[in-house]
Design a protein around this ligand. Structure first.
Ligand SMILES: Cc1cc2nc3c(=O)[nH]c(=O)nc-3n(C[C@H](O)[C@H](O)[C@H](O)COP(=O)(O)O)c2cc1C
Length: 392
């Protein structure tokens, strides 16, 4: 029988969909509701020592929309506003009410050994299942030398992970930043320091846009703005790439995150190494209820593939990722035009002509392919508004 249940570092997940550390996990009542609606677990909004100042800006979000659909989401939000004691009490309450749900405490502290260790020790005997070290928030925190300032330095990431591992009594995941040129260097450093797993990605540093009337950047905070963190479906390819690169460098478990908006995205993350996945922006845009189609869709897919559980899907695509120089370049594909779908708009002809190859022409009411000029790049198939071109 196919199941969505899976085990990571001895922790039982009733399904592989958990909420990422963000507004949907900022209040105990919200997590309580999400658990009741079927989420397998939650990473708490990042907890910090109570005396770390947390003053939020208004507005704190900006979006990239096409029509009504949000493709990219930017935030300049900071971390949790609950106290450590509120999280401890909340975790206990959630454990009693939802004993089977996974609770992960996301934590961040100044770069001071005692501060990190104190936070870990405080939660060691609490009801959480694991820690997630936030080394990757790209705004607000790096100015204080934390967040992404940690996760972009292999040395600092190593040092803090080692401090945490000295005292942690629960599994520790390190949440990595995509804002590095070589994620493998950070992976190696935190694995050497003893981390038990990874979470990736946090948001991608971004600048959403400029109002061309006022020259004010977005999100507009009293006329000024700052660089923010980009998330949502636009970042999925970046998240997938990071998770695949982590998997190519480590066998440790990975909590895959970034632009997951449906079961299909989740399955892709698993194929490149994710054990379970986390979701944030999709829930912020459409509510906790999205869990139902995510669970059902993944279950149907696993069944259709004859796979027993998410663990069977893990790493399925990794062997098919290789260096550019190792790709088989002997075989070429060509565009095949479906005449029934083609409206002869000529866009593919123009684009092919203006983007180097001039391999297409409109002859006697049909798109003709010059196979000598065609290099099989596939651009024509991507610009066709009618999906009339298939590369074969
Ligand atoms: C408004 C907002 C607040 C966030 N706050 C946190 C946070 O406190 N700690 C953290 O580790 N990640 C935080 N994140 C990052 C998310 O957990 C997640 O890594 C990122 O948004 C990518 O996933 P998504 O595309 O599903 O949103 C936040 C993201 C958003 C949009």
């Amino acid at each position: 029988m196919t199941t969505l249940a899976t085990k990571v570092l001895g922790i039982d997940f009733e399904n592989p969909f958990i909420l990422a550390s963000a507004p949907p996990t900022a209040k105990i009542e919200s997590i309580d509701k999400a658990f009741s609606l079927g989420w397998g677990g939650a990473v708490f909004k990042t907890i910090t020592p109570d005396d770390l100042e947390m003053i939020e800006a208004s507005q704190r979000y900006a979006t990239w929309k096409v029509g009504n659909k949000v493709y990219g989401f930017e935030n300049i939000e900071l971390l949790s506003h609950l106290t450590v004691q509120q999280w401890l009490d909340g975790s206990k309450y959630l454990r009693q009410k939802h004993p089977t749900k996974v609770q992960i405490a996301s934590i961040m502290a100044p770069v001071v050994k005692e501060e990190w260790q104190k936070l870990v020790e405080t939660f060691n005997d609490s009801d959480i299942d694991a820690f997630e070290l936030n080394f990757s928030c790209p705004h607000g925190m790096p100015e204080k030398g934390i967040g992404m300032a940690i996760g972009t330095s292999a040395e600092v990431s190593f040092m803090i992970t080692e401090w945490v591992m000295e005292v942690a009594k629960k599994p520790v995941f390190v949440k990595l930043s995509p804002n590095v040129t070589n994620v493998a260097a950070i992976v190696d450093a935190v694995e050497k320091a003893g981390a038990n797993g990874f979470a990736a990605i946090n948001t991608v540093q971004s600048l959403m846009g400029i109002d061309l009337d006022t020259f004010e950047p977005m999100p507009n905070v009293n006329g000024k703005s700052t660089y923010g963190g980009y998330s949502g479906i636009a970042v999925k390819p970046i998240g997938l790439r990071c998770v695949a690169q982590i998997r190519q460098h480590s066998d440790l478990p990975i909590l895959g995150i970034g632009g997951i908006s449906n079961w299909h995205d989740a399955a892709e993350y698993m194929c490149v190494g994710a054990d379970v996945v986390q979701v944030c922006t999709e829930v912020m845009l459409n509510g906790y209820g999205v869990i139902n189609s995510m669970k059902q869709g993944l279950l149907n897919y696993l069944e259709s593939k004859g796979l027993n559980s998410p663990a069977d899907l893990k790493n399925k695509a990794i062997a098919n990722l290789s260096a550019h120089e190792k790709l088989n370049k002997q075989k070429q594909v060509y565009p095949h035009i479906d005449d029934a779908l083609c409206v002869k708009c000529g866009k593919c002809v123009t684009i092919c002509d203006e983007s180097e190859h001039s391999a297409l022409s409109l002859v006697d009411g049909h798109i003709k392919v010059d196979t000598k000029a065609c290099v099989g790049c596939s651009l024509c198939s991507h610009v066709c508004a009618k999906s009339a071109i298939k590369m074969k």
